[in-house]
Design a protein around this ligand. Sequence first.
Ligand code: NDP
Ligand code: MG
Length: 388
Amino acid sequence: MKKLSLLGSTGSIGTQTLEVVRSLNRQGRLPVSPVVLCAHSNAKLLEEQIREFSPHAAVLFDPAAAKNLRERIRDLSIPVLEGMEGLCEAAAWEEADITLNSVVGMVGLRPTLAAIRAKKTVALANKETLVAGGRMVMEEARKNKVEILPVDSEHSAIFQCLQGCPEKKALKKLILTASGGPFYGKTREELQNVTPAQALKHPNWSMGAKITIDSATMMNKGLEVIEASWLFDVPPEQIQVVVHRESIVHSLIEYQDNSIIAQLGCPDMRIPIQYALSFPKRYPSPVKELDLWERPSLTFGKPDEEAFPCLALCVKAQTLGGLVPAAVNGANEKAVELFLAGKIRFLEIPQLVEEALSLQDPSDAVTLEGILEADRRARELTEQNANG
Ligand code: NDP
Ligand code: MG
């Protein structure tokens, strides 16, 4: 029986994780028990999940929502924790074997560190954690001999391809595929007036709002370059981004002899989620089979960096290093929030990210306090610049 602490259980990744858990439990070969379930404020869905899975405890970050949940489940003797303290306690839950972090945003950083310090295997969907605090997270993981298993589909693909890699120096580069999002092929001119509703319509994946907007700006791919750079210890110049509209090839690796290995499958997050839970084993999954007879062509192309500058901004941030990626991530989180609220236009997102990038001193020390401060300053600056 694998015991799971699940952060972000009510979100897109969280609910799909619970689907995978149900499917594994039906098969009986890898039973998984969610021992803690955490979310931000969705007390109604969390209550349903608690009644189904009977965890040891639950967490709602928002104190008012936590109070509401305590009332809803007063017939059960399950404690409801709250705030960052509750989230970190859940991440490091004593009985858990693995912590899957699928909260959205930088708020996931401290819980990830808490899980690592408690020597839990970490399954990581929360990419902002590695973007803002990659150096710290990877150092802590090495120090505590903890494995970080990627959940993000591209990184899971690379991780799967690397299972056959004889030695690090055999690897030449990583190739991340990008769907290009809903606006691929549009010019800057055509992107002027796109609305949040249009940006929220992703062609291939159904995901939370923040990552869907990141896909539309291609910031998501930029964040993923940084994520891959930390996870696989490869500099950004050895990571190539390829637009692949069909989202069937989830990513590839190239060896020194120019042989390329890829991972393919239907675009469905339940494959990478299950692999992170079952690694290194494999079991049948609820995802449908990819029928290659139905896929006569797969296409590949170059990203349009003029219409979608966020990708290059992230590469630059990672090359500069220090706290620059943390500032870029913080500015983007704020800009996406403002765009979704109708307060800024689509093309202002990369502008605001670039302003935060240019103002962050790359030589500032990378400590937890430094990361949190760079994040706070970038958000504040973005809010001011958006209003100015
Ligand atoms: P969603 O917005 O669908 O879900 C976010 C989850 O995090 C919800 O359960 C939410 O709770 C919870 N949450 C948000 N803030 C907090 C907080 N402060 N404390 C505790 N819980 C919190 O996001 P996704 O599932 O789409 O994405 C989650 C992460 O996974 C992101 O980092 C994203 O980039 C990454 N990812 C997602 C993919 C996808 O297909 N969706 C693919 C690859 C990576 P509540 O419901 O109460 O608000
Ligand atoms: Mg991805």
